[in-house]
Design a protein around this ligand. Sequence first.
Ligand SMILES: [Zn+2]
Length: 342
Amino acid sequence: MRALQLVEDRRLEVVDVAPPPAPGLGEVTVGIKAVALNHIDVWGWRGMAFAKRKLPLTIGAEASGLVEAVGPGVSSLLPGQLVSIYGARTCGLCRPCREGRDNLCEHVSGVHGFHLDGFAQEKINLPARLLVPAPIGVDAIGAAVAPVTFGTVEHMLFDNAKLQPGETILVHAGGSGIGTAAIQLSKKMGCTVITTVGSADKMEKASALGADHVINYREDRFEGAVRKITKKKGVDVVFEHVGADTWAGSMLSLKRGGRLVTCGSTSGVSTTMNLMQLFQQQLKIFGSFGCRMENMANAMQKMAAGLVSPVVDTEVDFDGIGDALRRMEGRDVFGKIILRVG
Ligand SMILES: [Zn+2]
């Protein structure tokens, strides 16, 4: 069977690998349908000196597939079922795992596609407990974007920032995969959504998704625009994932007692912070990574109900992966790039 492997920095190859054996105790063989690309794939492809991993590595951190075979002891899934796949290999035994908070697993072996072989391959054996069945009305793409794109955002907005209806939120990079999810999820619960994008073309698309105010960060300083829009009050919540380039402006954009939630740092991992502003303004900062199992199920329920839907930029096959990652690196994407596998 085919697998898409990173063989050295910036070099991917389609290779022939042995298919998985019959599923073992508690395991399921999944035939991968779709892989959604994320910034973590760009980090991995560019090479990360600080990540412990061995090449070649099959890429793909977020995916859906069809159950092909179930191993002994699996009663929750049946062959033919469409499932969404949790992105990290967690232990299933520690307290956070037993409570469904797998993103706080105490013995995690790593993130698929980054530390461990990922999902850009035709079949894979996985523990049944890391698979969430897709409800009727959710297709392979919807199930593929539930774990990282929508699950991460559900966890950030609702578990961490505890976003409330009627609040105002600033969503950075509204054209990114998680940006498109955050705009929709915030808007659908009755929030005022301000977002930033980097081109006129993306401004229109962000408005069409439901953003109330769209700022072109290449033309305006976003913190000034936010001040104007909120009549100098600031926003209740900032949805961060840009990092170094936007951190100071994000902190300035918050109202007193405001919350900043971050899951990424695409522009760089280090910044400085005004501590006096942090305590005097009584700001709250939440670091967020991955999601709980329930976040994936909740995201798919909202898709099935027609409240939100994945925004797909393009679909590519294995041969299109290099161009796809270069476009993501250049931020020339609106929504998700989907790698079709099966
Ligand atoms: Zn665990």
